[in-house]
Design a protein around this ligand. Structure first.
Ligand SMILES: *Cc1c(COP(=O)(O)O)cnc(C)c1O
Length: 402
């Protein structure tokens, strides 16, 4: 279609705005200074294992308040490294919430361990501490908390459980960088915490991940693990003028590049402003949907500062004519890129086959899965785009209401 000529085409035609782009559920923000930071590294001596890696680690440790931060290739590698540092191996059980991304459980399997799925709270979709405790056996080594959508879990409750049973808490905080629990920042709330810098998360390095911990022996183990199990890296050998190194255990190449870390450092400066923007968007959604009885946003505890990786609503299917798939299709047709997070992990064919899991294992997560939709949420979402989402959701709910 040719562009409308002034005064020639009927107005209604123009107002249809066929160029309106669909709004995705998540999107990175990359600005000119981010790009310049990456280009600067490309002109430098170190593309990997260079100074930007430790600068990014120090910057993230400072931001979170963690004593140690070790950067790796992605959030899944961070999970694998955390399982290694925790000493998870064959015969060990690790309790994992059913409502999470598959990588949370996969990392346990990488190390030969067995993920034991526990159910979540219906209001928040966060792992329920009592249900997690009920799954503890003599083989249990750790509980994995997932700060689903960006809301930190009830860490005091998990600390009480794990202290009693001598277990580790290994937080999957891929959704929650910038969040807080009782004034303490995500990254300091568990024995080991992992983060992801995938483009949909709060800050990005393209692909990237980090493990934070208070324990120096965990940090040292992860530094070896990301570098083949070798005791020194390329740069420290260059500085010492030596060729000697030893491989003391089996590791991987999970090293992140200096280009990625330069991007991460540049993004980190903007994180507080971006979190504030995410919270402002959530506020607008909360207010807009407060009067609808057909959808319910997840509850937020007064103990936390939510980092809003996702804004998740539950559909009240008893008050609606269609199901979630109907609402999903109607919103997508209106250019709103809704998504579903997540299919409960224990329902995936791999887990059913390998570990004999299946329906009715975690009924709260399974029911929630039928009802959830993630609405667009990212720092560069404009006010008019937020209005478009709110308008589309309200219109679809009105059409589907019984
Ligand atoms: C994104 C994510 C991961 C994995 O991170 P990648 O960087 O994509 O490997 C792990 N767990 C959760 C809950 C995530 O959302």
């Amino acid at each position: 279609m040719s562009p409308p000529k002034k005064g020639r085409r009927p107005r209604a035609h123009v107002a249809r705005s066929p160029t309106t782009k669909p709004i995705p559920y998540a999107r990175q923000t990359v600005e000119d200074d981010d790009i310049a930071a990456v280009v600067e590294v490309l002109r430098s001596d170190w593309l990997t294992t260079g100074p930007k890696v430790s600068e990014f680690e120090k910057g993230l440790a400072r931001f979170t308040g963690a004593s140690h931060a070790v950067a790796v290739t992605n959030g899944t590698a961070a999970r694998h490294a955390a399982m290694f540092a925790a000493g998870i191996g064959p015969g060990d059980e690790v309790i994992v919430p059913a409502m999470t991304f598959a990588a949370t459980a996969n990392a346990v399997v990488f190390q030969g361990g067995t993920p034991v799925f526990a159910d979540v709270d219906p209001d928040t979709l966060l792992l329920n501490p009592a249900k997690a405790e009920a799954k503890i056996t003599p083989r249990t080594k750790a509980i994995v908390t997932v700060d689903y959508a960006g809301q930190p879990c009830d860490y005091d409750a998990f600390e009480a459980v794990t202290r009693k049973h001598h277990l580790l808490v290994i937080a999957d905080s891929a959704h929650a960088l910038g969040g807080e629990y009782k004034g303490r920042r995500v990254g300091t709330l568990a024995d080991l915490t992992t983060l992801s810098f995938h483009p949909v998360k709060q800050i990005t390095t393209g692909e990237g991940g980090m493990v934070t911990t208070e324990r120096p022996e965990f940090a040292a183990a992860i530094e070896r693990f990301r570098n083949h199990g070798i005791t020194s890296d390329h740069r420290s050998r260059a500085e010492q003028g030596t060729w000697f190194y030893e491989m003391v255990e089996l590791g991987y190449n999970y090293r992140i590049t200096d280009m990625q870390c330069a991007l991460g450092l540049s993004q980190l400066k903007k994180l507080p402003g971006w979190i504030a923007r995410r919270r402002a968007i959530a506020n607008q959604y909360d207010r807009a949907f407060a009067d609808l009885d057909t959808i319910h946003p997840l509850k937020v505890s007064s103990d936390v500062k939510h980092a809003y990786h996702l804004y998740v609503v539950r559909l009240d299917l008893e008050r609606l004519k269609g199901d979630r798939a109907t609402a999903f299709a109607m919103l997508r047709a209106r250019g709103v890129g809704v998504n579903v997070h997540y299919i409960p992990v224990h329902l995936h064919p791999f887990y059913r086959k390998r570990f004999g899991t299946g329906p009715d294992l975690c009924p709260v997560a399974e029911k929630a899965y039928q009802e959830i939709l993630s609405l667009p949420m990212y720092a560069s979402l404009s006010d008019s785009e937020v209005d478009r989402v709110i308008h589309a959701v309200s219109e679809v709910m009105e059409k589907l209401a019984t």
